[in-house]
Write a protein that binds this ligand. Structure first.
Ligand SMILES: NC(=O)c1ccc[n+]([C@@H]2O[C@H](COP(=O)([O-])OP(=O)(O)OC[C@H]3O[C@@H](n4cnc5c(N)ncnc54)[C@H](O)[C@@H]3O)[C@@H](O)[C@H]2O)c1
Length: 372
């Protein structure tokens, strides 16, 4: 198969959909990989590295799209790329169609085979291609929080890990899913005092066990949240109700009771955020102060670590890419239930229930599902 890796063009996007290691592995399976010149620069992979791994470097994005049976990307196609989409071409990337009617329409018209990273789903409901970004966002949230606590950013000047004879910071994490557990891991590693809250007792039990009781686990409810955050240095928002807006767990009056110069990092900002005072920020202007609390609400936290993010993403996507390349998407989907769930669009039809529902459009049965 001919696989194309264009350079990402979305503003600020520095990740690339494949590493030279991935190219080498595909080449060893006798596939041809076309990489747009400069595609890996933002993640620290040079054209020479790609070429040595067996990639064919191409000067223009249009050429990559035109020649490829499958285009693998990081972000959804933008308007500049629409003219290059063609019938039956496989597009494997983050699509997030349910939030974008115009893009859905355009992709339907083009009759591409659209497979969305975000809907590839294992039997147990886990989302293996979203997980790496949640992992990175969770870990990075503690580093961002540490920055917010610096005096120069309006923070109360508390060093997360404390010093000898000086207590470490108190970190409260709302939500114990992938983001929350990873925030917890870094916070514990830094020696902070951690409280983590969730509505799922079994999840709290798991974290309590693996940290050998070094953290405080609490069932999430209004009163407990209010009490816990009142003397916290840093609060991380990491809750998710799938398919819905994040619940507003921290109201303005609750925030007012926090100490001046304490900090919040709302990772769930991409679902509306779990603090009443949350509004999205960017890496260029990541923080603002409200009710004397420093807020960090960047919606694409992994974007600031493109090298790590590219490696984590491609580690997760590669086996699916290889299966599609080796067997064709039809056979690959028949043999792999998780990948099958990733199919969003096929020959001008919506195949993903969630996407069809969002736009009140018809949904075609997945033709690769086993028949009862
Ligand atoms: N800002 C970013 O850059 C970025 C990056 C990755 C993920 N995210 C977002 O982070 C959020 C969390 O993602 P995740 O992968 O950890 O999801 P997840 O499903 O793994 O975890 C969410 C957790 O929230 C818990 N929860 C639900 N309601 C709660 C409540 N009332 N109180 C306490 N806990 C509650 C759930 O039980 C679950 O354990 C999502 O909104 C995701 O989109 C943001």
């Amino acid at each position: 198969m001919i696989i194309g890796i264009p350079k990402e063009i979305k503003a600020g996007e520095k990740r690339v959909a494949m590493t030279p290691q991935g190219v080498d592995a595909l080449a060893s399976h006798h596939h041809r990989v076309l990489v747009e010149k400069g595609a890996g620069e933002g993640s620290g992979f040079s054209d020479t590295e790609f070429e040595r791994a067996g990639a064919i470097l191409i000067g223009s994005a249009g050429e990559v799209w035109k020649e490829s049976d499958m285009v693998v990307k990081v972000k959804e196609p933008l308007e500049e790329e629409f003219d290059w989409l063609r019938r039956s071409q496989i597009l494997f990337t983050y699509l997030h169609l349910a939030a974008n009617r115009a893009l859905t329409q355009k992709l339907l018209e083009s009759r591409i085979v659209g497979i969305g990273y975000e809907t590839v789903q294992e039997k147990d409901g886990s989302l293996p291609l979203l997980r790496p970004m949640s992992e990175i966002a969770g870990r990075a949230s503690i580093l961002a929080g540490g920055m917010c606590l610096e005096a120069r950013h309006g923070g109360r000047g508390v060093l997360l890990c404390g010093a000898s004879g000086v207590p470490s910071a108190k970190v409260v994490i709302l939500g114990a899913g992938v983001v929350g557990a990873n925030a917890c891991k870094v916070a514990v590693g830094l020696g902070t005092r951690v409280s983590i809250l969730d509505v799922r007792p079994e999840r709290l039990g798991y974290l309590h066990d693996i940290t050998q009781g070094h953290i405080t686990t609490l069932i999430s409810n209004r009163m407990t949240i209010s009490e816990e955050i009142s003397d916290a240095d840093l609060v991380i928002g990491a809750v998710l109700i799938p398919g819905a807006q994040a619940p507003r767990l921290v109201t303005r009056p609750m925030l007012k009771r926090m100490r001046p110069g304490s900090a919040i990092v709302d990772v769930s900002v991409d679902q509306g955020g779990c603090f009443e005072t949350t509004r999205p920020t960017t890496h260029e202007h990541p923080t603002y102060i409200e009710e004397r609390v420093v807020h960090y609400c960047v919606a694409n936290i992994p974007g600031i670590y493109p090298r790590t993010s590219t490696l984590a993403l491609t580690n997760a996507t590669f086996s699916y890419i290889l299966q599609i390349a080796d067997h064709g998407y039809e056979k690959a989907m028949i043999g792999n239930e998780a990948l099958r769930r990733g199919l969003n669009l096929l020959d001008g039809n919506i195949v993903c229930g969630g996407v069809a529902q969002s736009f009140d459009m018809a949904c075609m049965a997945n033709p690769f599902s086993p028949h009862p």
